[in-house]
Design a protein around this ligand. Structure first.
Ligand code: SF4
Ligand code: ZN
Length: 307
């Protein structure tokens, strides 16, 4: 079947929408989708918190999602006079991260974007690989890694003085997180998910412009645009709790195309009826945002590692 717009050979057939698109129409469709999300997410933040967006940070792992997010963000910001800074976190994962950070650096160099890296070694004096040997976590390695990454990104964003930070989470990542929060009955976490709608003191808001683009399409876009990216998985990824949700969602999407989009839309309807978030409590030990009274999760779990 040819492209529905221009009758040329297709590169994709979308089961969730029934569209068949050629390369040019696929590019246009992804770019329009991402630009619309960026405009909407920035407008919501600006309207709710009365700020200006002059400088945006982007979390760069060097993988396909962050490379595509950077390429599209660069197109968006260039015409609007917004500065971009690339921010990478080096977890210190042997045999994996250094290669992907090379890709992050290389795409930043090509687009003439400043890039900085912050490591877990600088944050807690040890790499993730070393930490997993000395302090093996009860659950998946992703639990401590997630705490350290959120901390690193927030600190880097504050140092770089960015107004918000863009992350490359795609539709699959986003709908998995929605499903995980639903399955735990954690509605307060569901409504607090990025893209953030309010600026809160001590916390740099995060935007997710790729959240309506399926993972497979991000991959296809990166390949067809010949973007540099590292195509590999973290060696600990197989132990991630979200793998179960990934599997369930792939099965659901296969049997009922459009499930991922429905989860996203349902989350937005719930959030629309939720009150604005209350002021964030700050950790008495480190001054970073904490989930409630008392020390934040970083100080509770890594306080003894402070360098
Ligand atoms: Fe960290 Fe888990 Fe991601 Fe690996 S897969 S980088 S351990 S969060
Ligand atoms: Zn703290």
């Amino acid at each position: 079947m040819p492209c529905k717009h221009c009758q040329t050979s297709p590169v994709i057939s979308r089961r969730y929408s029934g569209e068949v698109l050629c390369q040019i129409c696929f590019f246009k469709s992804v770019e329009k989708n991402v630009e619309k999300e960026l405009r909407r997410q920035i407008k919501t933040l600006v309207d709710n918190s009365d700020i200006r967006i002059n400088k945006v940070g982007i979390g760069l792992s060097g993988g396909k999602d962050s490379s595509v997010a950077l390429y599209l963000l660069d197109n968006f910001c260039k015409t609007r006079g917004i500065e971009i800074v690339g921010l990478s976190v080096d977890e210190g994962i042997e045999g994996y991260r250094s290669e992907s950070l090379e890709c992050a650096k290389s795409i930043c160099d090509r687009l003439e974007i400043n890039h900085s890296t912050f490591s877990y070694k600088e944050l807690i004096g040890t790499t993730l690989s070393e930490l997993l040997v000395t302090n093996p976590p009860e659950a998946s390695p992703c639990s401590p890694c997630g705490v350290l990454r959120r901390r690193s990104l927030n600190q880097m964003s504050k140092i770089a003085e960015v107004d918000c930070i863009v992350l490359g989470h795609n539709l699959d990542d986003f709908s998995q997180t929605v499903l995980m929060n639903h399955s735990r009955g954690d509605i307060s976490r569901l409504v607090r998910m990025a893209p953030h709608q309010y600026v809160q003191a001590g916390f740099v808001p995060r935007l997710l412009p790729l959240r309506r683009v399926p993972e497979q399409e991000v991959y296809l876009y990166a390949i067809l645009r010949s973007l540099e990216f590292h195509d590999g998985d973290c060696p600990y990824a197989a132990k991630a709790q979200r793998n179960l949700f990934r599997k369930i969602l792939l099965d659901l999407e296969n049997k009922q195309p459009g499930t991922r989009h429905s989860l996203l839309n349902g989350m937005e309807k719930i959030r629309h009826n939720a009150p604005p978030p209350s002021t964030l409590t700050l950790c008495p030990s480190c001054g970073e945002p904490s989930g409630g009274e008392g020390p934040c999760v970083f100080c509770r779990e890594f306080g003894s590692f402070a360098v």
